[in-house]
Design a protein around this ligand. Structure first.
Ligand code: ADE
Length: 234
């Protein structure tokens, strides 16, 4: 999968060189290219923002550098390319969306700062052949810009690309897969600081263990995230 990131802080994305995603990049499973928006400015101060039309606090990112950056990235892009615009005004990012975006041939993350990007940049990108645009929020809180949100989404999506996570089974038994939170996990020793591992896990009875784990998932989801509970379990 090809991932392009446009930001005024390309150095933010140095962490993509470490851990699972770093290895996936080395193995060419993920081709991540980071672009500095300021390379598409033409004034001495490399200006990327201006005051908002209609007044109000803060600054808005100017359309021209974004237009030029996206022209360079999106000309000739494959059908199915998705431009992901991190924004607190977007739809909430979910595991289901991560699964869907992991199927795209190419993702382009546009990391805005200040009060966001001139809306026409987003509207224009949506008119490009083969391209869809998604405004996506990491959650109901405000970050200083799209970079941290893009990083989180790239990690959630990247680990679903085949080959990135060594054992694909570990992808199906985790929180938000199957609509429930994960069951609690334990490893050796069987007793630690007086706390025992639930005995059922030492029984070797795989059917009983599977039933217990499912019950734990339902109980935890009911307690922590009742909004996620499927009707059948409510
Ligand atoms: N930019 C600022 N806040 C954000 C959020 N909550 N999600 C995505 N992008 C953002």
């Amino acid at each position: 999968m090809r991932i392009d990131i446009v930001s005024i802080f390309p150095e933010f994305f140095g962490v993509l060189d470490v851990s699972l995603l770093g290895r996936a990049r080395q193995q060419r499973l993920l081709d991540v290219q980071v672009h500095d928006l300021r390379d598409h400015t033409h004034d001495r101060h490399r200006t990327v923002d201006d005051t908002p039309y209609g007044g109000g606090a803060g600054m808005v990112m100017k359309p021209e550098p974004w237009g030029e950056a996206l022209d360079a990235i999106l000309d000739g892009t494959p059908e199915g390319t998705v431009v992901v615009v991190p924004s607190p005004a977007g739809t909430p990012f979910t595991q289901a969306q991560a699964r869907e975006l992991a199927l795209a041939p190419r993702l382009v993350f546009t990391c805005g700062r200040y009060e966001g990007i001139d809306q026409r940049v987003i509207d224009h990108a949506a008119t490009r052949p083969g391209v869809t645009v998604r405004e996506v929020s990491l959650g109901d809180y405000v970050l200083n810009g799209g970079e941290v949100a893009a990083m989180a989404m790239i990690e959630a999506i990247g680990r679903l690309v085949p080959g990135v996570v060594g054992n694909p089974e570990s992808l199906t038994e985790e929180s938000h897969e199957g609509g429930l939170l994960e069951y609690p996990s334990y490893t050796k020793p069987a007793v630690w600081r007086g706390h025992e591992v639930p005995l059922i896990l030492l029984s070797g009875n795989h059917g009983a263990i599977a039933t217990w784990r499912h019950e734990q998932q339902v109980e935890r989801t009911r307690r922590v995230r009742p909004d996620l509970l499927p009707d059948a379990e409510a």
